[in-house]
Design a protein around this ligand. Structure first.
Ligand code: SAH
Ligand code: AVI
Length: 337
């Protein structure tokens, strides 16, 4: 498995330095995913309280053919961003096999563990050629050249879009778009607004797995830069931010702390009760999500929601040359962001 490129690693150090110097300090959520973090996330997806994975898996199982139709059919290649264990991807690949294509599947993930799980799970799918790409899609997205004619479909599942602010999401979509041709498509899985109690329970699970996952970011940062965060000095809490319609994962200092930051230089001082934010997890309305797609010059072409109304799949396409017009959207044009 390829190591992360040196420039990517250097970029991560700079990114961490900047994030930890903010007030409140932050650790960007990609640092949740070292090998242990990827394993913990997979455990989270099976927890009774964590509903998004189950909703999305069921949606993909029931709507795979509809999703492919909304993508324009004739899909020869699926590129998955942040594939994780790729638990939900198989129904889509089966539907492509059913349509007569032997698809190529390309997984892009920052975590080696996640990619190895992807390969393990998809090796059970005969007829699918699997390519693994280790990298940070927030900085660079150079996909391998296509090997077949037919449509490329980029998929971004799990609600991972919700871990980004609008500017980051649009920047990612632009990077994706640069790897697509007219007629290609993008599929995004997104969380929809739901009741606060279910949400807070999903991110403060009773078995404490999410707390472990959250604190693991400190362990990962220690390993990357030689900082000296002590996990027992922090309390996990996930809080619903009503105004911004997002869950925020925090680590609150249990006492006054002065944490040496190793290669980042200096120390991070936190008063007792002061927090470090490690993740935002947004809930989108249809209008918000489709506006992001339109702003990235993609044309929404399909919308599927889970029975409980908590999760949606949005499909969008790159317009054929010269055909771009916001009025091409499948629903009334969303208001600008
Ligand atoms: N799509 C899977 C996994 C979601 S977890 C699912 O729905 O279950 C988010 C995944 O994105 C993790 O595997 C993590 O390693 C990966 N990831 C997070 N930030 C990333 C980045 N900047 N570049 C590449 N992969 C990233
Ligand atoms: C990967 N991502 C969409 C998950 C989420 O729900 O925001 C990560 C997660 N954080 C806590 N639990 C799960």
């Amino acid at each position: 498995m390829a190591r992360l490129r040196a420039d990517v690693r250097d970029g991560m150090i700079e990114e961490l330095r900047l994030a930890l110097s903010r007030r409140p300090p932050e650790i960007p959520c990609k640092y949740l995913y070292d090998d242990r973090g990827s394993w913990l996330f997979e455990l989270i997806t099976g927890l009774p309280e964590y509903f998004p994975s189950r909703c999305e898996r069921e949606l993909l199982r029931t709507e795979a053919v509809g999703v492919l139709e909304a993508a324009g059919g004739d899909v020869a290649e699926v590129v998955e961003l942040g594939s994780g264990a790729a638990h939900k991807t198989a129904p889509l690949l089966h539907a492509i096999l059913g349509s007569g294509h032997a698809p190529r599947y390309v997984a892009v993930d920052i975590s080696e563990h996640a990619l190895l799980r992807t390969r393990e799970l998809l090796s059970r799918e005969p007829g699918v050629a699997v390519t693994l790409v280790r990298g940070d899609y927030e900085h660079d997205l150079s996909l391998p050249a296509r090997t077949a004619s037919g449509r490329r479909l980029v998929i971004f599942l799990g609600g991972t879009l919700g871990n980004m602010e609008n500017a980051e999401a649009c920047a990612l979509f632009s990077r994706v778009r640069a790897e697509l041709r007219p007629g290609d498509a993008l599929l995004v899985g997104a969380n929809l607004p739901t009741d606060r109690h279910a949400l807070e329970a999903a991110y403060n699970d009773s078995a404490g797995v999410t707390a472990e996952f959250n604190k693991n970011a400190l362990r990962n940062v220690n390993a990357l830069v030689g900082s000296r965060f002590e996990l027992e000095d922090f309390e996990h809490e996930a809080i619903w931010n009503e105004h911004l319609r997002r869950i925020e994962m925090w680590l609150f200092a249990r006492r006054h702390l002065e944490i040496p930051l190793g290669a980042l230089g200096g120390a991070l001082r936190l008063a007792q009760g002061e927090g470090l934010r490690t993740e935002i997890s947004r809930r989108f309305s249809r209008n918000e999500l489709e506006s992001l797609l339109v702003e990235s010059r993609l044309v929404p072409s399909g919308w599927f929601t889970s029975e409980d109304g908590r999760f949606a799949l949005a499909v969008a396409r790159v317009p054929e040359q010269g055909l771009w017009h916001p009025g091409l959207t499948s629903s009334p044009a969303p208001a600008p962001l």
